[in-house]
Design a protein around this ligand. Structure first.
Ligand code: XMP
Length: 516
């Protein structure tokens, strides 16, 4: 079975929601890929989609430098759905006009559904709340199109051209706040484009397992296991596909979460029966970090040590032909966008575990076509514990970026314990899944405290918890006072060398999530 047989092409015009559109299509069990707006005719033809979705974008179609409609998609003769900017492009291309609107609409709008609409066939009700985000609107409609929805301020909130199978929505069906948005996308993808529901977790696993087996044959594959979601799922998937041919190297840097080294071994080696070599390199990392204060320098040292150790281990193994990596689809999209300069916002990290240059191994990246939510579902299906798979993100350099200034073993130990108390209480109070990321930070300054009649000078722990969708912007989590109080008491009572706990109330921007 080819689970990518029926598929959708998403053309990206720079909307912050483009990846969300793709995730929604995948949630409808249909494969899709995102191409830049100037993708070549050859690539588009080769991809051969059953339908095309044009994303929104930050530009105005009437400005001279605005990205134009990629007309190669019209040659495919498949249904096209334009969202926001994408809708306006269709209108202009087919002879309509778009103008800057007097009413810029951002946020909720009540939409009135008018004529019988093919796209809205599954949507119930005549009036729905939708999510709008536009400054331009359609002034005159291109010939042959009919209006199927409007708002108080926008005469054309949705249009269709039944013969040409072209559809346009001024609002965002991919955003959760849009009533019936999922139904519209489902109608487009399944009803109008006729895509079959083949992109399901079990099928994805079966196909990926087949592909991995075909790719590596009898060869051995090396994987750097970090304890994070992506590398754990790569391990589980490769183990399913090639069993003993997989060798994982897990480097304990001493900068991991509380008892994480033991947990990784317990889950991956003992429970999942995966071949894992644990390298206890704590001392090597702490030695290399001694006297290093500068945050960028610390990251560099950690990255270099990691590669050095990983290479040393790899060289001791015989018969390895492949190096596996946990690259996922958003990484692929973002690195393509940054190499062509088309990305509006690019998240860049220096990750621990970059590719060792002189290992001379072929690269295998089995998660390259998957979004994070798909990776997680795969992980659970493959037997990884849900609490591991749904963990908050943890930076590659680990506690190295959460200990301010020089990293010392004592600091790492204090921090890991404080962090563990915080996380344990978050889980206990059902708050863990309500925050996107939460952790403790170690401040290497001493402040006064009183224990009994004694004044003592001990370290400060800062607690950080944020709510965010994309980690590009974040709001500090408004955790209940009683809860923060409890965590603070536990940390100060249980860890002698901490005399003060503070809570970080800065949002991003301007503050970042990590303290560095
Ligand atoms: P900032 O601090 O930039 O963090 O607001 C945004 C998100 O990225 C994570 N982060 C990293 N992840 N390697 C990673 O894998 C890194 O070097 C790194 N630095 C920050 C951070 O934890 C947050 O989720």
């Amino acid at each position: 079975m080819d689970i990518k047989q029926s598929k959708i092409l998403i053309i990206d015009y720079g909307s912050q929601y483009t990846q969300l559109i793709a995730r929604r299509v995948r949630e409808l069990d249909v494969y899709c890929e995102i191409y830049a707006w100037d993708a070549s005719a050859k690539d588009i033809r080769a991809y051969n989609p059953s339908g095309v979705i044009l994303s929104g974008g930050p530009e105005s179609v009437h400005l001279p430098d605005a990205p134009p409609l990629n007309t190669d998609i019209l040659d495919l003769k498949v249904p096209i759905l334009g969202i926001c900017y994408g809708m306006q492009l269709l209108n202009v291309h087919f002879g309509g006009q778009v103008e800057a609107s007097d009413f810029k609409e951002f946020g909720y709008a009540a939409v009135e559904l008018m004529d019988a609409s093919q796209l809205m066939a599954q949507v119930s009700g005549h009036q729905i709340d939708v999510w709008m985000s536009h400054g331009d609107q359609i002034k005159t409609l291109a010939p042959g199109f009919k209006v199927v929805a409007k708002t108080n301020t926008t005469d054309v909130a949705a249009f269709e051209h039944p013969e040409k199978q072209l559809f346009g929505l001024q609002f965002h069906p991919e955003v959760e706040h849009t009533d019936g948005g999922r139904d519209m996308l489902s109608q487009f993808v399944h009803g109008i484009c006729g895509c079959e529901k083949l992109w399901k977790t079990d099928n994805i696993i079966a196909t990926h397992v087949d592909n991995i087996r075909a790719q590596v044959g009898q060869d051995h594959v090396l994987l750097g296991l970090s304890g994070g979601v992506d590398s754990s799922v790569v391990a589980a998937l490769l183990h399913e596909a090639i069993g003993e041919q997989l060798v994982c190297v897990f480097v304990d840097t001493g900068l991991l979460r509380f008892q994480e080294g033991d947990q990784v071994m317990k889950t991956m080696a003992d429970k999942m029966d995966i071949n894992v070599i644990r390298v206890n390199a704590q001392e090597q990392f702490f030695n290399a970090l001694a006297g290093v204060n500068d945050p960028e320098q610390k990251r560099k040292v950690i990255g270099e040590q990691f590669i050095r150790i990983f290479e040393r281990e790899a060289k001791q193994l015989n018969d390895i032909k492949w190096l596996a990596q946990g690259t996922i689809y958003p990484d692929v999209i973002e690195s393509a966008a940054s190499s062509t300069g088309k990305a509006h916002v690019i998240k860049s990290h220096h990750n621990v575990g970059g590719l060792p240059a002189d290992l001379a191994l072929d690269l295998i990246e089995p998660l390259r076509d998957l979004f994070k939510d798909e990776v997680r579902k795969l992980g659970v299906s493959l037997g990884l514990p849900p609490e591991m798979v749904y963990r908050h993100p943890f930076p590659g350099p680990g506690l190295g970026v959460r200990i301010l200034g020089e990293v010392k073993p004592q600091y790492a130990e204090i921090l890991a314990r404080a962090d563990h108390i915080f996380i344990e209480e978050l889980r206990r109070h059902d708050l863990y899944d309500k925050t996107s990321q939460a952790f403790a930070v170690f401040l290497p300054i001493k402040s006064v405290g009183v224990v009994g009649d004694q004044r003592r000078y001990e370290y400060v722990i800062a607690l950080r918890a944020v709510e965010t969708i994309d980690f590009m912007t974040a709001r500090w989590a408004h955790l209940p006072y009683d809860f923060i109080d409890l965590v603070s008491r536990r940390i100060i009572n249980e860890i002698d060398s901490v005399s003060r706990v503070v809570y970080d109330i800065s949002s991003k921007p301007p503050a970042t999530i990590e303290w560095e």
